[in-house]
Design a protein around this ligand. Structure first.
Ligand code: 1GP
Length: 249
């Protein structure tokens, strides 16, 4: 329960967190070492590992390498049940509540439940809400489920509320990796006001200013993947922007 407790504790204190998303398919040891070094010095809160498609079987190796070289908590963000390794600290146990594909709502969970439990990972049930990011993203294609239209704040709000009432501990709103358009601040604000669980926001965030505005609007955790793959020096700028905020309740 350590990571979830730290997330809720930070939320109570109005502190914001930064998570760097690492796709095992896109890193080799040298890149990973660079990302770890920059993340440690920038005080990154979490390393998320996963993606919609993990083609290689580097996941185990990648997570072990991270764990051997830093103490930043590693949280799995799996695109499928095969992307689970006991070497991580925690698992975003995702149910795609914005979609109507039963496999991603519950089917895959049933099939993988014994393995997930056996992994010993901290399991964090997460209502995963995909928002239209302006162009088809891998997640929208692979999930075979329509995303929430970008301007329908009330759909996102009701979906998040339903997720919370179903018992989900976290809500993750994602415009999809490499989204052309990140989630609007007005949607983030509407959703964050209607739930009390920590709210994770990701997809298409390329500038520290946007990360900052998202946090001001109510995001508790900001996830950045693509932009960092292109320019790792953004880790520091993003982290500073996100950590500069403390919201008093
Ligand atoms: C995707 O939210 C994550 O699932 C991060 O997206 O790669 O666009 O930063 P980016």
């Amino acid at each position: 329960q350590d990571i979830y407790l730290s997330l809720t504790g930070k939320k109570q204190q109005g502190k914001k967190s930064f998570a760097v998303l690492i796709d095992p398919d896109k890193v080799n040891k040298a890149i990973l070492d660079e990302l770890i070094g920059l993340s440690v010095s920038a005080k990154v809160d979490y390393l998320l590992v996963g993606g919609s498609l993990v083609i290689s079987n580097h996941l185990d190796e990648c997570v072990q390498h991270i764990k051997q070289n830093c103490s930043i908590p590693v949280v799995l963000f799996p695109g499928s049940p095969s992307q689970i390794t006991r070497h991580a600290d925690a698992l975003l146990y995702l149910s795609l509540i914005s979609g109507r594909n039963p496999e991603l709502l519950i089917g895959q969970h049933v099939v993988s439940a014994p393995a997930v439990r056996q992994s010993g990972l901290e399991i964090m049930s997460t209502g995963y809400i995909v928002i239209d990011g302006g162009a088809p993203t891998t997640v929208s294609y692979i999930s075979n489920a329509a995303p929430v239209p970008a301007d329908k704040n009330e759909i996102a709000m009701c979906t998040a509320m339903a997720g919370e009432m179903l018992g989900m501990k976290l809500i993750y709103m994602d415009a999809g990796s490499g989204a052309r358009r990140a989630i609007s601040e007005s949607m983030i604000e509407a959703v964050s006001k209607s739930i009390s669980t920590p709210l994770i926001i990701g997809g298409g965030i390329t500038h520290p200013e946007k990360a900052y505005l998202n946090c001001k609007a109510g995001a508790d955790v900001i996830v950045v993947g693509n932009a960092i793959e292109k320019d790792a020096s953004l880790i520091r700028e993003m982290s500073d922007a996100i950590h500069s905020i403390t919201v008093t309740a």
